[in-house]
Design a protein. Structure first.
Length: 129
């Protein structure tokens, strides 16, 4: 029962964050100021918009600022992967949001060293034909 209540509370908080974010974005008429890596082919498959997923990620790390987002297949799921920077904390929080139903798949803290290793691995993958 506690699990169901926690799930309902998370959904409610995510919906509230989404509503506020949508209202602010509409009023400002601007898009988010962070790096987007969202392939069009994957975007068409997603049932949750990037704006909605961003609001869910912000609700999970409320004091953070989104640095970047990727839409990718990971472990058989289509996910939005957000890098969220929290002021005064080294590294980033990686928040993974399921692009099909908006649930949070995982949250992981990455140290600056882990970030560098991930970036280096990404560059090597891009260079391969």
């Amino acid at each position: 029962m506690k699990r169901l209540a926690r799930f309902a509370a998370t959904r409610t908080a995510a919906f509230a964050a989404l509503t506020v974010t949508s209202m602010v974005a509409s009023a400002q008429g601007t898009s988010p100021a962070y790096k987007h890596e969202i392939p069009a082919t994957l975007s068409k498959q997603a049932k949750i918009s990037e704006d909605s997923a961003a609001a869910i990620a912000r609700a999970k790390v409320p004091n953070g600022t989104i640095q970047s987002v990727e839409l990718e297949h990971e472990k058989g799921k289509l996910i939005y992967s957000y890098d969220v920077k929290v002021a005064g904390k080294s590294g980033i929080e990686e928040v993974n949001v399921n692009a099909m139903d908006g649930t949070i798949v995982g949250v992981e803290h990455e140290s600056p060293a882990q970030e560098r290793n991930e970036a280096a691995a990404g560059k090597k993958a891009v260079k391969k034909p």
